[in-house]
Design a protein around this ligand. Structure first.
Ligand SMILES: Cc1ncc(COP(=O)(O)O)c(C=O)c1O
Length: 382
């Protein structure tokens, strides 16, 4: 089916964070959503519901639960029961709940850095002690976990937040690595909560390995997922926390109810069900475009003197611009003012990625080419 993914859509004027917060002449290649129209099954389900003139309180149907369970079984080999599912407005809210429910103020929570910004803030704002295990950058630009460092730092921690696939480093972690992480968490009695929001974006035929499929995942392990990133419905604020461990789930559910966090936005649930039921083919086509955009971006940026290791997962490319002798703030300013493109600063993800910028690949090939033309012209002039 032709999903009109190559044609692009006008996103300005829709209260779109990515486009409407940039000046007219700036091409936005920052925040992680897509310049593609949603899968038709989603739009049809939403249109049919919006045509009904009442928008009162809602409840989940059997079909909504089944759509989640079937999707993660079919695409990720996760075996779930209805009671394993907890619904939140977003994956960041799930991380926040985990921190508040599973730890006390002052407790240690481990993250691997650089990493998506809210990993820092959910810990810091909760007044927990943040423990960082830096990812190690290799010669090629590929980032690796430091398992020896984890072994040193996990003792005394209560919780580890894992980003898998990894934003912004683009890794799809191998099963052995993830199993080693879980084994360490078990050894030191640390809860493991994985943000798997990018799990559908394992590229080049890879499959993401969910922590829930590891040996020993029945206890102390949870995964936060969502259709929002995969199917471009992030404005609908709905996500699922997969928590097979009943005790852990009980704590998290209790915290959600204590602070009044509810998941179950009428349109978010509906769109999620439609995405999971009808979106596989649309997603396969989007992934092909993301891969083509990535390959082009890596080639052109490399030719312009940048270093870009081709991301294995996510639709985000971390570009190393340290050769140009500017920090991320300076690069951001140059890119905005001179090249007229907006990317995310490497420092949004931590100090280790200063001098890097993050490029969103989920756009039409035409916009990707235009963005790369602008970026590379700037780099060649520096
Ligand atoms: C790793 C990661 N987690 C969470 C989110 C945001 O999730 P949500 O909007 O569901 O809170 C993003 C968005 O880019 C992300 O990259």
């Amino acid at each position: 089916m032709d999903y009109k993914l190559y044609e692009g859509i006008e996103r300005r004027g829709t209260n779109c964070l990515k486009w409407d917060s940039c000046p007219e002449d700036v091409l936005p290649m920052w925040v992680a959503d897509m310049d593609f129209p949603c899968a038709p099954g989603i739009m049809e389900a939403l249109a049919a519901r919006v045509a009904h003139p009442a928008m009162g309180y809602t409840r989940r149907s059997e079909r909504d639960d089944r759509a989640v369970i079937d999707y993660y079984a079919r695409n990720h080999g996760i075996s779930l029961k209805k009671e394993d599912l907890l619904f939140t407005p977003g994956v960041v809210d799930s991380l926040l709940l985990a921190v508040h429910a599973l730890t006390e103020p002052g407790d240690k929570v481990l993250i691997q850095t650089p990493v998506y910004g809210p990993f820092y803030s959910v810990i810091d704002r909760a007044k927990r002690m943040r423990v960082e295990s830096p990812l190690v950058e290799t010669e090629s630009g590929k980032w690796e976990m430091d398992l020896a460092d984890l072994d040193d730092k996990l003792p005394g921690c209560k919780l580890m937040l894992l980003c898998s696939p990894h934003n912004p480093c683009g890794r799809v972690w191998p099963r052995e690595t993830l199993q080693a992480v879980l084994n360490l968490c078990k050894k030191y009695n640390v809860y493991l909560v994985a943000d798997e929001i990018h799990c559908d974006f394992a590229l080049d035929g890879r499959k993401n390995v969910s922590v829930l499929t590891l040996e020993g995942a029945q206890s102390g392990v949870a995964a936060a997922v969502s259709a929002t990133k995969t199917f471009n419905i992030a404005g609908l604020d709905h996500s699922t926390f997969l928590i097979p461990d009943a005790q852990m789930r009980g704590k998290i559910a209790e915290k959600a109810s204590e602070i009044g966090m509810k998941g179950g936005n009428l349109l978010g649930v509906l769109a999620t069900t439609a995405a999971y039921e009808t979106g596989d083919e649309w997603l396969a086509q989007v992934k092909r475009i993301v891969q083509e955009n990535r390959d082009l971006a890596v080639k052109e940026l490399t030719e312009a003197g940048a270093k870009a290791w081709p991301n294995e997962g996510t639709y985000l490319l971390l570009v190393d611009l340290r050769a140009f002798g500017r920090n991320s703030d300076e690069l951001h300013e140059l890119l905005m003012d001179k090249a007229k493109v907006r990317l995310n600063k490497g420092t949004d993800y931590g100090k280790a990625s200063d001098g890097f910028m993050r490029l969103n690949l989920a756009t039409t090939p035409a916009l990707m080419q235009e963005g790369l033309r602008r970026i590379c012209a700037l780099l060649k002039a520096l």
